[in-house]
Ligand binder design. Sequence first.
Ligand code: EPU
Length: 337
Amino acid sequence: MQFEQNKPLKHLNSLAFEHTAEHYVEAKSEDDLAEAREHAVNKNWPLFILGGGTNIVLTQNIKGLVVHPVGTSIDYQATSKDQSLVTANAGTNWHELVLDSLRHGYAGLENLSLIPGAAGAAPVQNIGAYGVELNQRLVTLRALHLPSGQWREFTNKECEFGYRTSLFKRLKGEYAISSISLQLSKSLPLNTQYAALKHALDEAQLNEVNAKMISDLVCQIRSQKLPDPNTLSNVGSFFQNPIVSDAQYQSLKDKHPGLVAYPQSDGQVKLAAGWLIDTLGFRGKRDGAVGVHDKQALVLVNFGGGTGEQLLALAETIRQRVKESFDVVLKIEPNVM
Ligand code: EPU
């Protein structure tokens, strides 16, 4: 394995913040991951696993060893006539996995098309989009417990998934995920209920709809609203959509009839944070090198040369204004390091 020193991370985090890793190594396999861990333990270096870098806000150089999984194999194991257990190495690009499964004829990941990042990071924040979340597809995952060096297989239940969260997010880097296994099917019903997707489908006036068409439409919708991190640095949604009581929702709705909200199965209501931020006039606002995306107020961007501190300061201004105006507390979605 090739260990590097003072590795620039600018091209390894989608906000393009210019910090470094004190030590850096790429891991192609589980053996590499175990070896990297062993090396760090012997040197007494803290360990940090960096996936696609598309959901992290770097505010400083990373001390110790940064391990970047790069293994990209995808394996299909038929479990019935039309079902397959699809296992992807942690370093597999998420969107490549979506496209590969569709090419193999399996549906299930189409709504999650074009989400940036690596397959191994997908369970950490339980990625979700257009009415589907990863936890609806994930069966098991394998991970290395970094403090003990023990390998462990987690069932879906053991991952303790929630909205944009999991056991792995809560334990902050205690586990290095090496592969994920998803149940996909040739005959899974398509999920077309999310408003923006439904609208795009109506517009497209298709005679027949299949998973690949849904994937294409999701790519189209995302490209219109969400900036491509390769051209405008960002980490997708910067805040979670806040969940409030029905009573608070009713009182907000009386004052703000345009409020966008989604009732939850437990009686609470999820509010569209993008709408709250947009309504306060932040969409398209720029503060030096950082700003709020002009097509989606939930996305903060680095125009180039900005820092994590500047972005977090802007996020704090937004949080305070949302708290003052709506009495709603926004929670930052990406991991801050
Ligand atoms: N809205 C506005 N102004 C804005 C942004 C949004 O009024 O500037 C309104 C929209 O008109 C819409 C509603 O808010 O009625 C919701 O917007 P959108 O459909 O764009 O979705 P979102 O709630 O902002 C969530 C996820 C996204 C995911 C989309 C689609 C979170 C934190 N974000 O965004 O995920 O792609 O739904 O399912 O749950 C991510 O996590 O990084 C991410 C991009």
